[in-house]
Design a protein around this ligand. Structure first.
Ligand code: NI
Length: 175
């Protein structure tokens, strides 16, 4: 089917709790198209990132695409980057705690501690192996999506469960 929007898997579906497999390279046309489909599904849901298990595919692939939205009003703007077979090479000792939600866990937010800055490595859509440094909100998205391809979700990282809030209350209080 053309232009079908992929459905986002919801917490409880086993694929979200399983470690993903590396994407075979060079990238096949099917997987190249999957990237476009993931970007479309992410934008429709107003997300700032999406991982392959969230569309039911157990592959080490995710999109990082911060943009200010009702869900993340203070996000910087960055064109969507597909990160294939990513690795977390190094991280800061500094940890920052901030709000997160997840398209697979609708209606909920909480404060999640994450490393402030990272050194990462990934293959891009064109097959280039790239290294990079990320910090702040973009580093947060990377860690959130990196968790997804290892069968983890942000709930596992929440240290203070009393910070949980419904999305509706979050919007009332934060925008
Ligand atoms: Ni998520």
């Amino acid at each position: 089917m053309k232009n079908k929007i992929l459905k986002i898997t919801q917490l409880g579906q086993p694929v979200l709790r399983q470690p993903s497999k590396p994407v075979p390279l060079p990238l096949s046309r099917v997987h190249d198209r999957l990237i476009d489909d993931m970007i479309r599904a992410m934008k429709k849901a107003k997300g700032v990132g999406i991982a392959a298990p969230q569309v039911g595919i157990g592959l080490q692939l995710f999109i990082v695409a911060p943009e200010p939205s009702v869900r993340y009003p203070k996000a910087p703007t960055m064109p969507p980057v597909a990160m294939i077979n990513p690795r977390l090479v190094k991280h800061s000792t500094k940890i920052v705690t901030d709000w997160e939600g997840c398209l697979s866990i609708p209606g909920l937010r909480a404060r999640v501690p994450r490393y402030h800055s990272l050194e990462i490595e990934f293959t891009d859509r064109k097959g280039r192996r790239l290294v990079g440094k990320l910090s702040g909100f973009v580093a947060r998205i990377f860690q959130h999506e990196f968790d997804h391809i290892h069968g983890n979700v942000y709930l596992d990282r929440v240290r203070d469960t009393r910070t949980f809030m419904t999305e509706a209350e979050f919007r009332k209080r934060r925008s």
